[in-house]
Design a binder for this molecule. Structure first.
Ligand code: NDP
Length: 505
């Protein structure tokens, strides 16, 4: 086991002294201290936002090309130092190092895309003024908001916050980032390496618990990008409402995976197992429910059971599934399994004893009533329910039967697209799992209790901007309409034109 590092330094030179208290981040597999961090209070958060505001003036005045140079330098630094970052991720979340490397790689890819596409997506471009306003030149561009507050979760401490941070920065904003209290070292590392590459406090980190996040909501930032649970998302929205601060809410999910009669069953079983159990099931868009066509149900269940029996959550360097990062989640997972079993469900893998003190063993539940907690609420553990369905109509109906609507997966050779279109979710993968998250040009986000707004892709860049429209008169209009000098003849001609343009159909 590696030694606990010395207390990390704050990433913001010249920052006012924190209120004095500190907190520790712990290795969830061992309980060992990874680092000690300041609890930043209201005053420190406001000071960070003030520093960000002046940095934002410089950053937003740069061209897209110049910002791309800085972001590319940062991207290369993260890439070169990825093993160091992955080690921190491994220690703070317990996830296997190889999973940490994969996560960091995806985050880097998003950073590259955001930096490379911001100019094209957000830069000034002409739009048609329409027939009535043909004398005007119309243009629109997307301007940065100023300072964006990013509040992140612990489960993907690099990929998830970078989904907001990279896009907000590429759009020309400064960012103040509050990482989860479980992963402050990773957040501090990101801000410190950015500072080394850019030399100005365009990206800063504030550390602490929920109160620090709440302080960020009230700090006067121009937008808050929140990723976390639905319950906390509501608190964030309520706090932001006081100052009319806009928010993006990337909240939880209860994602279904549907297996049609013509699906590649071994591939579907492999994807379902990985989607449900990788990262110990602590994935917002992870698979939590599986609906299988009755014609392939037995084959699917046998296949996934066989694969799951060879898998276990454990400590050590070769583990494929690590510990549950947040101790409080163990009770939720236990409650969902117990409730499912009490209500007639059966565990074909794992079960009531699967929940240990730090680790949860893969658990597959069948015959679970659709209105039980294990089917309706986010479990966030390496568990899944599997249900048999008559046809794809029933599969879609059940898939759409929770208040969440984040991601979904469909396995079908012929009907994947048709089924995907009927699922109420922000993203759907066909014949692969969670693939949409790794495609930087696709927007990421949910509907219903999974939140609103989008990160990633062109929509994710625009999320951190406001549209600036400009109409420039090129020549005098044939009909002078916006004047008190408007004549009756002009009114008559306008009526005739509008009839020609819009009177039919
Ligand atoms: P939480 O909602 O507990 O926390 C999220 C962040 O909000 C943390 O940084 C937390 O700080 C902070 N916070 C807590 N209370 C407040 C408050 N009152 N005001 C402002 N900020 C506050 O979520 P988890 O960290 O447990 O993350 C897991 C959840 O995130 C799951 O529901 C998962 O589905 C969701 N998620 C969604 C994703 C998406 O893109 N849709 C992606 C990844 C995860 P602290 O930790 O210090 O308490």
């Amino acid at each position: 086991m590696t030694q606990a590092p010395a207390r990390p330094q704050s990433s913001q030179p010249g920052q006012p002294a924190p209120s004095g208290s500190t907190f520790e981040s712990l290795d969830p597999a061992t309980g060992e201290v990874v680092g000690t961090f300041p609890v930043h209070g209201e005053a420190e958060v406001r000071a960070a936002v003030e520093r960000a505001r002046s940095a934002a003036e410089w950053w937003s005045a740069l061209s897209f090309k110049d910002r791309k140079v800085y972001l590319t330098t940062w991207k290369a630094a993260i890439t070169r130092r990825m093993p160091e970052l992955a080690e921190l991720m491994h220690r703070e979340t317990g996830k296997p190092r190889s999973d940490a490397m994969l996560e960091a790689t995806l985050g880097i890819d998003h950073l590259a895309w955001a930096a490379g596409h911001a100019g094209k997506v957000l830069g000034r471009h002409r739009v048609s003024p329409g027939m009535l306003m043909v004398n005007q030149a119309a243009t629109v561009e997307f301007r940065p908001l100023g300072v964006v507050g990013v509040i992140g979760p612990w489960n993907y401490p690099v990929f998830t916050p970078l989904g907001s941070i990279a896009y907000a920065l590429a759009a020309g904003n400064a960012v103040v980032f509050k990482p989860s209290e479980y992963t402050p070292a990773v957040g501090e590392w990101l801000a410190r390496t950015f500072g080394e590459c850019v030399g100005r406090p365009v990206l800063q980190v504030v550390t602490g618990r929920g109160e620090t996040g709440a302080a960020l909501c009230r700090s006067g930032v121009d937008k808050v990008a929140f990723t976390g649970s639905t319950g906390t998302g509501k608190k964030v929205m309520a706090a932001c409402a006081e100052t009319l601060t806009p928010v993006v809410i990337e909240a939880g999910g209860k994602d279904p995976l549907i297996v049609d009669a013509d699906a590649d069953v071994p591939a579907a079983a492999d994807a379902a197992l990985w989607g449900a159990c990788s990262n110990a099931g602590q994935t917002c868009a992870g698979v939590e429910r599986v609906y299988v066509h009755e014609r392939v149900y037995d084959e699917f269940l046998a296949e996934i059971t066989r694969r799951a029996q060879g898998l276990s959550a454990e400590g050590g360097d070769d583990a494929k599934i690590g510990p549950i990062t947040m101790p409080g989640q163990l009770g939720v997972i236990r409650r969902h399994i117990d409730d499912a079993l009490e209500r007639g469900g059966r565990a074909v893998v794992g079960g009531a004893d699967a929940v240990g003190e730090r680790f949860v063993q893969p658990t597959i539940l069948v015959d679970v009533p659709e209105d039980s907690a294990a089917v309706q609420e986010e479990t966030f553990g390496p568990t899944m329910t599997i249900a048999k369905v008559r046809d794809m109509d029933e599969a879609v109906e059940l898939a759409n039967g929770t208040p969440y609507g984040l991601g979904a997966t469909v396995f079908s050779k012929d009907n994947g697209m048709a089924i995907a279109e009927r699922i109420r979710s922000g993203m759907t993968a066909i014949n692969a799992v969670i693939s949409f998250a790794a495609i930087p040009s696709l927007p990421f986000g949910g509907v219903g209790d999974s939140g609103f707004g989008r990160i990633h892709g062109p929509e994710g860049l625009k999320e951190f901007t406001y549209a600036k429209a400009i109409a420039r008169q090129r020549f005098k209009p044939a009909l002078a309409l916006t004047t008190f000098e408007r004549t009756e003849q002009a009114d008559r001609r306008l009526a005739a034109i509008v009839k020609v343009l819009h009177g039919r159909g």
